[in-house]
Design a protein around this ligand. Structure first.
Ligand SMILES: NC(=O)CC[C@H](N)C(=O)O
Length: 298
């Protein structure tokens, strides 16, 4: 089935624009495509470049959210909302109208609040996140890409503006330079499709980690999946629900993870992005996946 999906989406591979806001991402080959499916027991099936590491970027926002909720509980929701933003992921405009409370945890402003919370809870948000991803993927080689992290920092004015703006409303607790560092390191984590499909499994397993221990109560796993469905692909979340019908989270590295609760997880990677910053071939592949298998939440 994966081979069939790859063949079906071949005309779209290379379509769109590779992220160009930092040099480290702009040189990625747009013709790459990989896809992996992990079942609940951790068996992985893949096609194409599924073992090629890529920049996970905003996909890490899901894992940071899960850790912040697991360790700090529902208080987080006093500082960040759960509604789709209908605006680009790095937009500033809504924040002023809404008194420094970001619409959801998956736009940059919301993710900065989540990382701030994780930093308060753990004292080392990005290392905590990396360790979690290593454990859940079973791959000790999952690592930061220092070049991407440095590039994010060099071109980080907008994220810095978001953080300072929220701090003016009292919605950031940690020193901003340290918070931004953790956020940029978080964005720089490199993983492949297999790693990401495996690491996302706790959301398909209703909160159970790879080792069988519980990360999240069932309720929280359901809630994170719901926020992914409504907010995981920014101002294209409606279109993603329409075409794919699964909780999903994208990143500007061209990766997307999707969850079929109680069944499996999927990760697809292809660097060409649509204007909303989501992988063109990635969405097409997930669209084919749910159409061919009938495995959507609807
Ligand atoms: N959508 C994304 O993947 C955005 C992540 C990117 N590093 C940023 O903060 O702008």
């Amino acid at each position: 089935m994966l081979r069939r999906i790859e063949a079906d989406v071949r005309p779209q591979i290379g379509a769109g624009q590779v992220a160009a806001y930092i040099p480290a991402l702009s040189c990625v080959d747009p013709n790459r495509f990989g896809m992996a499916i992990a079942d609940l027991d951790g068996k992985v099936y893949g096609v194409g470049d599924w073992r090629q590491p890529f920049s996970t970027q905003s996909i890490t926002k899901v894992f940071a959210l899960a850790l912040a909720l697991a360790q700090g509980g529902d208080d987080l929701w006093e500082r960040v909302g759960r509604e789709p933003s209908g605006n680009p992921f790095n937009s500033l405009v809504q924040l002023e109208y809404e008194n420094g409370i970001p619409r959801n945890p998956f736009i940059n402003a919301g993710a900065l609040v989540v990382t701030d919370r994780l930093q308060t809870l753990t004292g080392d948000a990005s290392s905590e996140l990396l360790e979690f991803l290593r454990q859940e993927s079973g791959n000790p080689d999952v690592t930061f890409d220092p070049e991407v992290a440095a590039s994010e920092s060099d071109h980080g004015d907008r994220n810095a503006a978001l953080a300072h703006f929220m701090a003016s409303y009292g919605n950031i607790a940690n020193p901003i330079p340290a918070l931004l560092d953790h956020y940029f390191w978080q964005c720089s984590i490199e993983m492949n499709c297999a790693d990401l499909a495996l690491a996302t499994r706790f959301l398909a397993r209703h909160g159970l980690r790879a080792d069988g221990t519980r990360l999240l109560p069932r309720r929280l796993a359901k809630q994170i999946n719901a926020v992914m469905l409504t907010c995981g692909t920014y101002d294209a979340a409606g279109e993603f629900a329409y075409r794919v019908g699964l909780p999903g989270k994208s990143g500007v590295g061209g990766g997307i993870v999707a969850v079929v609760p109680g069944v499996c997880t999927v990760c697809v990677w292809s660097p060409g992005l649509d204007p909303q910053g989501n992988s063109v071939a990635g969405i097409a592949a997930l669209d084919r996946f749910t159409t061919l298998t009938g495995l959507s939440v609807f």
